[in-house]
Design a binder for this molecule. Structure first.
Ligand code: ATP
Length: 215
């Protein structure tokens, strides 16, 4: 059975950088599916802009026509702060033998040592790090160590074991971030081509980001 990719994020909003990364990893790593898991209450951010309901709707609309892309709302349904380790433990209970791959951008990977019980993540899943513009893989510190201890260059390892490997994989670099997108929308500019049309429609109709700008 091919691995399941788990792609968490605030997705506030989801954009083409997320989608292209997930698509390339799905194809190149031969994943059975990519589960998009929008965070409920994220531990690392003061607040979110669009509601959980809207962020789910935007992810749902963005991935609707892509086979293998799945929306997973478990973190939004769970009360309290969302921790990836709990999500992966949940998925591990559902799929005891299956290979699970936590998909991260390089910026998220560099922040990993601040995550709740982060060292347990590799006991539950593999970690796949997508190169992101402007970021370099660390050579030392705790992340440098796990790269040495768990690093692999072989996609095959992700298929043959359920968890425990760390793979850094290059993806097409699209310099898009949700923060910059929100700023662009607040400034009255059009996010066309940075987000899928269906997401742009939701943003325009609900004014979920423009509303932040005040009177
Ligand atoms: P923000 O600007 O609000 O921090 P973001 O654009 O980084 O948001 P998140 O929802 O926080 O989006 O990111 C979810 C995941 O997607 C993280 O693992 C992040 O590294 C990755 N990611 C975000 N933007 C890109 C991009 N342009 N290319 C590749 N990966 C990305």
């Amino acid at each position: 059975m091919r691995p399941i990719g788990v792609f968490g994020g605030t997705f506030d909003p989801i954009h083409c950088g997320h989608l292209r990364t997930a698509f390339e990893l799905w194809q190149e790593l031969k994943l059975a599916e990519v589960r998009f898991v929008p965070t409920g209450s994220p531990p690392h951010r003061d607040h979110l802009y669009a509601s959980a309901e809207l962020r789910l709707a935007m992810v749902g609309a963005a991935i609707a026509d892509q086979p293998g892309f799945v929306l997973d709302d478990r973190e939004v349904r769970r009360s309290g702060v969302s921790y990836s380790v709990d999500t992966l433990a949940d998925l591990r209970r559902e799929y005891p033998q299956r290979s699970l791959c936590l998909l991260l951008g390089m910026d998220a990977f560099l922040g990993l040592p601040n995550w709740h019980r982060w060292r347990e993540l590799l006991t539950l899943a593999h970690i796949v790090v997508a190169h992101r513009p402007g970021w370099r893989a660390p050579g030392k510190g705790p992340l440098g160590e796990i790269l040495v201890d768990h690093g692999t260059g072989a996609i095959r390892d992700l298929h043959e074991r359920p968890a425990g490997c760390l793979l850094v994989h290059a993806v097409t670099q699209l310099e898009i971030s949700s923060t910059e997108l929100r700023a662009l929308i607040v400034a009255g500019r059009d996010p066309r081509y940075l987000v899928p049309d269906a997401v742009r429609q939701i943003i325009l109709e609900t004014r979920c980001y423009a509303a932040q700008q005040g009177p």
